[in-house]
Design a protein around this ligand. Structure first.
Ligand SMILES: Nc1ncnc2c1ncn2[C@@H]1O[C@H](COP(=O)(O)OP(=O)(O)OP(=O)(O)O)[C@@H](O)[C@H]1O
Ligand SMILES: [Mg+2]
Length: 228
């Protein structure tokens, strides 16, 4: 079994805004092992969401090499990436993770179905996340924090091997974040998932095996002494 889930070398990615070209990622490298949780911190606009979307195949790099689950990204077509996102890579986006026309319960069943699972532990996940009472509600009938927890349930129910999370506790109040953080990490650790977690929450970051800072287009080990 290949334990290196992500092997990214020298990735670059820019965006064009009219005539202006913004180089967001410039020579970024990252290795993520199975069972390893890595926090990514960095200021707004530094490219954290861009990085996650390169790793789940929604964006392509301009240059550099990317291997996921040992497979070279140049060998993966759109269908291959879609299959990986259905079954092996869960992404928690900064917003809009849920299908608005489905209740929480049906969102969960849908995600499990996409991953090809006949059975799922969605009810138990909702219970653990403290939102069992929202199962019959639609996403727009939830608070931001409840929505985020429902999105977590959807991500875990598909039994991914890799989770890419963009500020998973971003819209939770302090107390709820304190409660959800251990649950999030329990689920990651129990299943030995690889996790890349963009977070501004020190509690979340400290629970990770490593903290990396995205600065000037590349990842560096975070040194609190330098950054503060
Ligand atoms: N589709 C796009 N077209 C043009 N520019 C973009 C696009 N998406 C992002 N950018 C720009 O790229 C830079 C990085 O954006 P990104 O969303 O990756 O940052 P981030 O680190 O996730 O920020 P935040 O912490 O605010 O979520 C920003 O300057 C942003 O304005
Ligand atoms: Mg972002």
């Amino acid at each position: 079994m290949n334990n290196l889930l992500i092997d990214a070398r020298d990735l670059s990615r820019s965006y064009r805004n009219g005539r202006e070209q913004i180089a967001v990622l410039r020579g970024l490298s990252l290795e993520l092992q199975r069972g390893e949780a890595v926090a990514v911190i960095g200021p707004s606009g530094s490219g954290k969401s861009t990085l996650l979307n390169l790793l789940n195949g929604l964006l392509g790099p301009d240059s550099g090499q990317l291997r996921v689950f040992g497979r070279d990204s140049t060998q993966l077509d759109d269908d291959d990436w879609a299959e990986l996102r259905r079954t092996r890579i869960a992404t928690l986006f900064q917003d809009s993770n849920l299908i608005p026309t489905l209740t929480v319960e049906r969102n969960i069943a849908f995600r499990a179905g996409l991953a090809g699972l006949q059975q799922h532990d969605g009810d138990a996940l909702l219970q653990r996340l403290g939102i069992a009472d929202t199962a019959q509600r639609y996403p727009d009938q939830l608070s931001g924090g409840q929505r985020q927890r429902a999105a977590l349930a959807c991500a875990f129910v598909m039994q991914p091997e890799l989770i890419l999370a963009d500020e998973p506790t971003g819209s939770l109040d302090y107390d709820t974040a304190q409660r959800v953080a251990p649950l999030f990490f329990d689920a990651i650790r129990e299943r030995a998932l690889g996790a890349l977690i963009v977070t501004h929450n020190p509690e979340m970051a400290q629970r990770c095996d490593r903290i990396l800072e995205l600065r000037e287009g590349a990842l560096r080990p975070w040194d609190s002494a330098v950054s503060s």
